[in-house]
Design a protein around this ligand. Structure first.
Ligand code: C2E
Ligand code: MG
Ligand code: MG
Length: 555
C-alpha cells in the first residue's frame, strides 16, 4: 500500500486547484504544482515562506491576520494575491483549519479553485465560468452556490445572513438617453464600486440587467443596515459615461436568513420584492422585506440623529448612586450613571440609547463627557469640604480600546485638579476576553496612573476564574443576579459567598450591586462584603440629592 504521505502528495500533485498547507502561524509547509503556477514561485521558494506575504499587499492587514485565526472553514470570494512578477491576481480562497486533539488549529489548508484564477480587474482579462462577462462579478448561479454554502455555515454557527438586491433607479432612461454602450459602462463601473464596498467574506454578484446582489454574513440586523448604507453611499460620486458626468442612485431590498427565507430562492424573492418597495418610495433608499424591520431601522436612524443632537444641546445629565459601607452606613463612593433629559420624551435611561451609541461610535463622545463631568463634580464636593469619595464611571468597550483613553483620563483629571485615586473605571468581563494580553497591558496603564479599575456585573460574563488573578484590578462588582435571590436560593448564596471570599483572597474591594432588601444587606455584611450599592440604601440621585448623603469633614 502507498504510504499515506506519498498518497497525499500524489493527490495534491494531480489536482489543477492550487493547494498549500501552512503551520498555525502561517509558514508554508507544502505547496502543489498548481500553487507554484498560480504564484510564480518554485516549491523550494514557497516552503518556509510566510503565506501572508502572498496576500498582504492587496488585502487589508486585518483580513490577512484573520486567515490564520479562523476556527472553522471559511470561503472568501474575492481575494487578491501577488504573483512573483508583481501583478495582482483575483481568486477565491477556502481556508480549512486542521485541529489538534485539544481542538486548537495546528495547521491550515488553503485551497484556491482553478476556475477562479484571473488577473486583476484592471488588466481586463476575460472571466471564467460562473462570472458575468461584463462586470467580472460572480453570476447568479455562482451566487446561489455561495449562498447555499453560507446558509450551511450559518446554521451550524447559529448566525444570520443578509441578502441585498439592488437595481439602478431609472436605468431605462439612462440606457435610452445615452445609448447601450454607456449603459454597459455604467454597469461595469457599478460592479467595480460594489466590489470595493463589500468585505472579503461577502459576495457581490450581478443577477441580470441592472440588478446586482450582495450576500453578507451578519451578527446583528444593524450590520445589514451598515452594508446597505455603504452601497448607497458608494453611488454618491459621479459616473463618467461618454464624456458626461451622470449621477445614478440605487434601490436596495434586503432579506435576512433565517427569518425571511430558508434558501437562496426564497431570500432572493424577498429581497426583490423589498427592492420594489424601495423603488416605489422614490429610490435611493433601502427597504427590508419584513415590514417591522423597516420600522426598526428607521427608529434606529432617528435615535442616532437625536443622540448626536443631544450631545450638542447638552441634554445628558449624570445621576449618582451611593456605595455604602454596611458596617456604619456611610457613603464611601458613588457611581455616575448617565440619563438623557429629552425635551420631548422626558427622562430616558441608558439601556435605551447606550447600545446604539456603542454601535455608531457616538459612545466615545458621550463617555468623554461623562468622565469629565464626573471628575468635575467629585472635585467640587471635595472643595465644598465633604469627606472625599471615590467615583466610578462606566467605560464602554469602544472607549476602553481607544488609543487616547489614557490621554483623556489624564486631561480630565488635570482639568479639574482631581487626584487619580478618586476616579475608578468600571469595565465588563466581555471587554477583556478577546485579546487578554493586550487588555491586561491596557489595564495596567490605567492602574499606573493611580486610578481604580473594577470589573462590573461580575459573574455574568465568560471570564475564567484563572484569569482573575492576572487582571490588575482593584475592585469586583458582584452582579445583582447573585444578590437578588440569596434568600431563596442556596446555590446563589454559595456563589455570592465564594465571590466575596475570592475577592478578599485576591485583596480586591468587593461591591455588591442590586441590594434591595434588608435581608440582602444582612447577608452581604455578614459574609464580609465591603461595599453595597442598591435601592435598599438609595436609587441613583441627582447631584443635588446625592450631596445631601455626603458627610462633612470633621477636622
Ligand atoms: P451598571 O453599570 O451595572 O449600573 C448599575 C445599574 O443598576 C444602574 O442602572 C442602577 O440604577 C441599577 N441598580 C442599582 N441598584 C439597583 C437595585 O437595587 N435594584 C435594581 N433592580 N437595579 C439597581 P442604570 O442607571 O439604568 O444603568 C444601566 C447600565 O447602563 C449600567 O449598568 C451601565 O452598564 C450603563 N451605563 C450607565 N451610565 C453609563 C455611562 O455613562 N457610560 C456607559 N458606557 N454606560 C453606562
Ligand atoms: Mg457600572
Ligand atoms: Mg453593574
Amino acid at each position: 500500500m502507498t504510504p499515506p504521505d506519498a498518497l497525499f502528495q500524489a493527490v495534491l500533485d494531480a489536482t489543477s486547484d492550487a493547494v498549500m498547507v501552512t503551520d498555525r502561524a502561517g509558514l508554508i509547509q507544502r505547496a502543489n504544482p498548481a500553487f507554484e503556477k498560480l504564484t510564480g514561485h518554485s516549491r523550494q521558494a514557497l516552503v518556509g515562506m510566510n503565506a501572508r506575504d502572498l496576500f498582504r499587499e492587496h488585502n487589508d492587514e486585518e483580513f490577512c491576520d484573520g486567515l490564520w485565526n479562523l476556527k472553522d472553514r471559511q470561503h472568501f470570494d474575492s481575494v487578491r494575491s501577488k504573483h512573483a512578477d508583481g501583478k495582482a491576481q483575483l481568486h477565491s480562497l477556502t481556508m480549512t483549519p486542521i485541529n489538534d486533539p485539544g481542538g486548537e488549529p495546528s495547521q491550515y489548508v488553503a485551497l484556491i479553485l482553478s476556475e477562479t484564477f484571473q488577473t486583476d480587474a484592471a488588466s481586463g482579462t476575460t472571466r471564467k465560468a460562473g462570472h458575468d462577462p461584463l462586470t467580472g462579478l460572480p453570476d447568479r448561479s455562482l451566487l446561489s452556490d455561495r449562498v447555499g454554502q453560507s446558509i450551511f455555515n450559518a446554521k451550524r454557527a447559529n448566525k444570520s445572513i443578509a441578502m441585498l438586491v439592488m437595481g439602478i433607479d431609472r436605468f431605462t432612461v439612462i440606457n435610452e438617453g445615452l445609448g447601450y454602450a454607456a449603459g454597459d459602462q455604467l454597469l461595469k463601473e457599478l460592479g467595480e464600486r460594489l466590489g470595493k464596498v463589500v468585505r472579503q467574506s461577502d459576495t457581490a454578484a450581478r443577477l441580470d440587467g441592472d440588478k446586482f446582489a450582495v450576500m453578507t454574513p451578519i451578527s446583528a440586523i444593524d450590520d445589514s443596515v451598515i452594508v446597505a448604507e455603504k452601497v448607497l453611499n458608494g453611488m454618491r460620486k459621479a459616473f463618467h459615461l461618454k464624456d458626461e458626468e451622470i449621477f445614478a442612485t440605487l434601490s436596495v431590498g434586503l432579506s435576512v436568513f433565517p427569518t425571511d427565507g430558508k434558501d437562496f430562492d426564497e431570500l432572493l424573492k424577498g429581497a426583490l420584492s423589498a427592492m420594489q418597495f424601495a423603488k416605489q418610495a422614490g429610490g435611493d433608499q433601502y427597504r427590508f422585506f419584513a415590514s417591522d424591520m423597516n420600522t426598526k431601522a428607521k427608529n434606529r436612524l432617528d435615535l442616532e440623529k437625536r443622540i448626536r443632537a443631544a450631545l450638542v444641546n447638552n441634554e445628558f445629565v449624570l445621576y449618582y448612586q451611593p456605595k455604602v459601607n454596611p458596617k456604619n452606613n456611610q457613603v464611601k463612593g458613588g457611581e455616575a450613571l448617565i440619563r438623557w433629559k429629552d425635551p420631548v420624551r422626558g427622562m430616558i435611561g441608558p439601556g435605551e440609547f447606550i447600545p446604539v451609541a456603542e454601535e455608531t461610535g457616538l459612545i466615545v463622545d458621550i463617555g468623554t463627557w461623562v468622565m469629565k463631568e464626573a471628575c468635575r463634580q467629585t472635585k467640587e464636593w471635595q472643595d465644598k469640604g465633604y469627606e472625599p469619595i471615590k467615583m466610578s464611571v462606566n467605560v464602554s468597550a469602544h472607549q476602553f480600546r481607544a488609543k487616547d483613553l489614557l490621554d483623556k483620563v489624564i486631561a480630565n483629571l488635570s482639568a479639574c485638579g482631581l487626584e487619580a485615586k478618586w476616579l475608578e473605571l468600571e469595565i465588563t468581563e466581555s471587554m477583556l476576553m478577546n485579546d487578554i494580553d493586550a487588555a491586561i497591558a491596557r489595564m495596567q496603564k490605567v492602574r499606573d496612573l493611580g486610578c481604580g479599575l473594577s470589573i462590573d456585573d461580575f459573574g455574568t460574563g465568560y471570564s475564567s476564574l484563572s484569569y482573575l488573578g492576572r487582571f490588575p484590578i482593584t475592585t469586583l462588582k458582584i452582579d445583582r443576579a447573585f444578590v437578588r435571590d440569596v434568600q431563596e436560593n442556596t446555590n446563589t448564596a454559595e456563589i455570592a459567598r465564594a465571590i466575596i471570599g475570592l475577592s478578599r483572597g485576591l485583596n480586591l474591594e468587593v461591591v455588591a450591586e442590586g441590594a434591595e432588601l434588608l435581608e440582602h444587606v444582612d447577608f452581604l455584611r455578614d459574609n464580609g462584603c465591603d461595599s453595597i450599592q442598591g435601592f435598599y440604601y438609595s436609587k441613583p440621585l441627582t447631584a443635588l440629592d446625592f450631596e445631601k448623603m455626603l458627610t462633612k469633614k470633621t477636622a
